[in-house]
Design a binder for this molecule. Structure first.
Ligand code: ADP
Ligand code: MG
Length: 831
């Protein structure tokens, strides 16, 4: 008992000391450094630590007198404070001037501690420092990279292309180690690449996975679940399914399924594999993505999005027609992939003949292994050349502009090799390409030819194929991509990567129910994947448009899995319709936050989709197929009651392509806006969407009409496909199609019933959501933007962040945030 008492006493004292310390810290911070520890703070701290260590080592507590004890305690307190002070000081110093890689210490041989290990795999290149110092003194500072070349050409060419103050100063900081280091081998490969003489079969044999073909097949034969890890471009996606096919895994029409998180990747990879196997796409090799099924009876290698495989569970819960399932790009951890993990792990137990391969880029594969009951990991030894990493000396305020400048900088100073630029989305990519094209036009023949190619999800497939075409001699390819090029698509010939360090990320606030798509700094893992793209065919260079300090201090290590930051409504419905009722104990690799799950259940209950026992209600059982089709499904639940299913179908289909209906060409903004206003009808944006579709149908799906009205025909055609598919489903589940003709009231009622929890009210201080009293704004694109009705129902809340140009905060980045009501709004709710 006395021990216990003493222990409690000690605890209490410790707490008190802790509180004392907390009180003292702010005070002490205010004091000047000299007053506190003097100039020799470091030595003093070391002394103090030595003293404390001595005393603790030589005396047990009982041997010390009360005063000595107090003294020791005091010393410890001072030591902690000193440490804290030192850290604070250090941070401050870094923030003031050290943040842009080594300004003062440049001349010393010693590398500051904090930069010694920026990341695993990266190390400081010792000669860099010396080189930089020399450069600075020779006066070649205008161009930090490729200075040698620029020098050789007397900087002349360079001056044509860029104004002096426009040049971005890069500093070389680290090098990402490659697995191949030898220079001459690089050169050989590069020239081979230039020649493009390899036949398709030779390319296949040259891939890193090829030497491991039989080992891999043996491992697959021996283990039911296998994790496969390999560098991007080693042949995981294109080769492994073919090996399995050759090995006989597809006899008797059994299929090999390979999931991809992105539509574009599924299509592109399938087309490549069909080409390699000399078959027509859609026959033996096919792909299946939402609203596009390019497979047939003969298909044995099926590439599909992870969402599509989930849907197949509804019709074939044990995936009986598959002999192998490959969950590819597992490191992406998309919502659908994460749900697949749980489901596949489950069915693998009662289907011992099913082979499961989880394939991933070289990222934390142990996690997958431990989730799948310690499944073995097969590592394909990669082949990557070293990549020099450069950071900007100062933060770039406008990264789009910085990308353009960097591309030109590389183009005029660096030897052959294509450039890959990572941006966050279609809009940015288009803007960047335009800016580049404009600059090229102006420079004309002063610079070598540059092929500027975008790649993003909505790009037509013929345009997508262009990025794989070989670069003509003498020209340079510049590919401007979303993070699809991070690991999903392998593009050969890339030597330079430009990485602004941003990506678009979904996030979800379970408290407000608000989902947002925000441009945020990407993770270190992403940044390193991006850099890795530069070292596939030869030693490469990666230009990061941020500082080394920002990399180290502002970027997360890894990206948070999507399941942690998304609305779970659809996933809950899907799992419930698969008969999985206990979601709390579903085997998630990283379970979603409790509140998110609860909110999803609550919303579904409110909609009448779940009953009080949390089971699916009839309405959903009927609509469950539809559930999987629509991103935001609730609008469907109520059409039956109001007799307007025809119209709701159209609206639902239009919603699924919502943001891509109207377009505004830069040279015809006014025309486009007038055309848009002409579609306005009372009742809000849902009705506008309906109006657009109806008119289009009336013109006989006229392309000309789309042209004249600045409407994207592609989107309307897609809406038509969606609508047809939904209509088919409705017939299958025997829901009668009814039209309310010209009466809009039933439609508005139906939508209101489906979206009542998305209501907001106009108050004196603007719109406030009814549920959370959150301030919101009607999006400028909405037909109700000027009306400002008293009540609105919104389709979704979108929270956008824009990078602010030229606003300099300490880190040079300032965000403007605005919340807006995107998409359809209807008014006049009869309450
Ligand atoms: P991984 O899945 O391991 O990242 P892939 O199987 O996607 O690798 O790619 C392997 C190789 O196949 C690439 O290095 C590239 O040479 C080639 N390749 C893949 N897709 C295409 C394509 N669409 N066009 C031309 N070559 C391609
Ligand atoms: Mg792949």
């Amino acid at each position: 008992r006395s021990d216990k008492k003493a222990y409690e006493e000690a605890q209490k004292r410790l707490k008190m000391a802790e509180e004392d310390r907390k009180k003292m810290v702010p005070e002490l911070r205010k004091k000047s450094r000299r007053e506190y520890l003097g100039k020799r703070e470091k030595e003093k701290l070391e002394d103090l630590e030595a003293e404390i260590a001595d005393e603790e080592y030589f005396f047990t507590e009982s041997e010390l007198t009360k005063i000595e004890k107090k003294d020791l305690e005091y010393k410890k307190k001072v030591r902690d404070l000193a440490k804290e002070y030192k850290n604070a000081g250090e941070k401050e110093r870094m923030e003031k001037h050290d943040r842009y890689f080594m300004p003062e210490e440049t001349r010393s041989k010693k590398i500051p501690d904090r930069y010694e290990e920026p990341v695993t795999e990266e190390r400081f290149a010792p000669r860099e420092e010396q080189r930089r110092w020399e450069e600075e003194h020779i006066g070649a500072a205008a161009l930090k990279f490729g200075a040698k070349d620029a020098h050789a050409r007397g900087q002349k060419e360079y001056d044509y292309v860029m104004e002096e103050d426009e040049v971005i100063q890069f500093v070389s900081a680290t090098q990402m180690k490659g697995t191949v280091e030898k220079e001459d081998e690089n050169d050989k490969l590069l020239s081979e690449l230039e020649k493009k003489k390899l036949s398709i079969q030779e390319v296949r044999r040259s891939l890193p996975v090829f030497p491991y073909r039989s080992d891999l097949l043996q491992a697959i034969a021996e283990h039911q679940i296998l994790i496969i890890e390999g560098e991007t471009g080693s042949g995981k996606t294109t080769q492994i399914p073919q090996y399995l096919h050759e090995e006989g895994y597809t006899v008797k029409g059994m299929k090999i399924g390979c999931t991809q998180p992105r539509r574009v990747a599924a299509m592109s990879v399938a087309s490549r594999v069909a080409q390699e196997m000399s078959v027509k796409l859609g026959n033996e090799v096919g792909y299946s993505i939402r609203f596009e099924d390019c497979t047939s009876e003969r298909t044995v290698l099926k590439y599909m999005t992870d969402g599509m495989l989930l849907r197949e569970f509804l019709t074939e819960p044990d995936l009986a027609s598959y002999s192998v399932i490959i969950i590819d790009e597992a490191h992406e951890r998309t919502l659908h992939t994460d749900v697949l993990f749980g489901l596949i792990k489950d069915i693998a137990r009662f289907r011992p003949d099913l082979k499961v391969l989880v394939s991933s880029a070289t990222l934390n594969t142990e996690r997958f292994s431990s989730f799948f009951d310690d499944a073995p990991i097969f590592r394909i030894p990669g082949r990557r050349y070293p990549v020099d990493i450069y950071y900007t000396k100062a933060p770039e305020a406008d990264y789009l502009e910085a990308c353009v400048v960097s591309v030109l900088q590389i183009h005029v100073t660096q030897p052959t090799g294509d450039i890959l630029v990572f941006l966050t989305g279609q809009e940015e990519i288009e803007a960047c390409c335009e800016m580049l094209q404009e600059r090229c036009r102006r420079l004309g023949s002063k610079i070598a030819e540059m092929l500027i190619l975008p790649i993003y999800a909505n790009l037509p497939s013929d345009m997508q194929a262009k990025i794989f075409e070989p670069t003509p001699p003498g020209a340079r390819k510049v590919i401007v991509a979303t993070n699809i090029a991070e690991t999903s698509l392998t593009i050969d010939g890339i030597i330079y990567v430009i990485d602004p360090g941003f990506c678009k990320q979904k996030s979800y606030n379970a408290r407000t129910g608000m989902e947002s798509l925000i441009v945020t700094p990407c993770s270190k893992a992403s940044a390193n994947q991006r850099a890795g793209r530069a070292g596939r065919v030869a030693a490469g260079k990666c230009f990061r448009l941020y500082t080394a300090w920002a990399y180290k201090n502002e970027m997360e290590d890894t990206t948070v899995p999507e399941i942690q930051r998304t609305n779970l409504g659809n996933v809950v419905l899907l799992l419930k319709s698969l008969g999985i009722n206990d979601l709390i104990h579903f085997d998630f690799m990283d379970p979603p936050p409790h509140e998110t799950l609860v909110l999803a259940l609550e919303q579904l209950y409110a909609l009448g989709a779940l009953n009080h026992l949390g089971e699916l209600t009839k309405v959903i059982l009927v609509a469950r197929v539809m559930v999987v089709y629509l991103t935001n499904t609730s609008s469907c639940f109520f059409f039956k009651r109001y007799g307007c299913s025809e119209q709701i179908l159209t609206i639902a289909a239009m919603l699924s392509v919502n943001n891509a209906i109207f377009y505004r060409p830069k040279d015809k903004l006014v025309h486009a806006d007038t055309a848009r206003v002409n579609f306005t009808v009372p009742g809000g944006d849902h009705m506008v969407l309906l109006n657009v579709y109806t008119q289009w149908v009336e013109t006989g799906h006229s392309l000309q009409w789309c042209y004249e009205n600045f409407i994207q025909a592609r989107s309307l055609r897609r809406a038509r496909d969606v609508r047809e598919q939904l209509e088919g489903l409705m017939t299958r589940i025997e829901i009668e199609l009814k039209s309310c003709e010209d009466d809009t009231v039933p439609i508005r009622k139906a939508i209101t019933a489906g979206y009542f929890y998305h209501t907001s009210r106009l108050t004196r201080s603007g719109y406030k959501t009814v549920k959370q009293q959150q301030s919101v704004f009607i999006h400028p694109n909405s037909s109700l933007h000027e009306d400002q009705p008293r009540w609105v129902i919104y389709h979704e809340l979108v929270f956008t962040t824009k990078e602010f140009m030229r606003q300099v905060r300490s880190d040079g980045r300032e965000y403007i945030q605005y919340i807006s009501i995107m998409g359809p709004v209807i008014i006049h709710i009869q309450l």
